[in-house]
Design a protein around this ligand. Sequence first.
Ligand SMILES: NC(=O)c1ccc[n+]([C@@H]2O[C@H](COP(=O)([O-])OP(=O)(O)OC[C@H]3O[C@@H](n4cnc5c(N)ncnc54)[C@H](O)[C@@H]3O)[C@@H](O)[C@H]2O)c1
Length: 255
Amino acid sequence: MKRFEISLKDKVALVTGAAGGLGGAIAWAFGAAGARVFLIDLLEDKLKEISQAMRAEGIDAGYQALDINVSGAPQTLVDDVVREMGRIDIVVNSAGINRPQKSEEVTEKNWDDVMNINLRAMFFVSQAAGRHMIARGGGGKIINLSSQAGTVALPLRAAYCSSKGAVNQMTRTLALEWAKYRILVNAIAPTFVETPFTAQMFQDEDFKKYVLASIPLGRMVTTEEIADAAIFLASDLSNMITGHILAVDGGWTIQ
Ligand SMILES: NC(=O)c1ccc[n+]([C@@H]2O[C@H](COP(=O)([O-])OP(=O)(O)OC[C@H]3O[C@@H](n4cnc5c(N)ncnc54)[C@H](O)[C@@H]3O)[C@@H](O)[C@H]2O)c1
């Protein structure tokens, strides 16, 4: 009988949004599975704190504070990581924002910010990493943080839902184009998770009730459960899965 062991030993993983709830949990899980991790976020103090804590646990962790939405930043970032860590095997695109607003009040700036960070920056980080993986002879995994909002409509989230729907299509398109290079591109589509991202919206008790009532399994997902899905997609257990949008939503989107 084949024995499965989930290991990312010696893989180099680049994680954007790594100071955030999901990016942080994924980076920790990858490190615990043996990966060497490189953390990216806007929040330098937090990155420093996380990487120090990781190193104290024996995890090889580098970081860079960076706005991945700045033109040219993703390519420079990938070049820097390859110089520092030697290669990139896995990319987790977790940087993202949401600006809940009534559609009749959405500003052009908020629309552009949400689309630029959630979609444009994700594409150009993937492009830069993909170029590196192709130049190295192929092979690699890219994991995009989408959302159930890419499939179902959620109130006050016209830009956010649009960006995540586009993330799903971007994931499939990259998966198709880069299959010949054995670069596997998948997305994780969580329901609501309790992180800094959602803390503010859950102060509204009615909203929290609506969310819990919409999840057949009756609870929100934990950051660890999203990290479990990411480990699966990063590991050899998913080597024939590409272009897939993995719902981790307690059943929200089956209704
Ligand atoms: N938390 C949820 O309920 C939930 C549900 C579904 C999908 N998601 C998605 O998962 C991803 C991570 O969410 P989270 O809950 O960890 O959010 P979070 O706010 O905790 O973390 C996101 C991180 O991205 C960073 N970031 C934002 N813009 C950046 C930029 N331009 N350059 C570099 N870093 C930037 C932020 O500083 C933050 O630390 C997002 O894409 C989000 O849309 C979250």
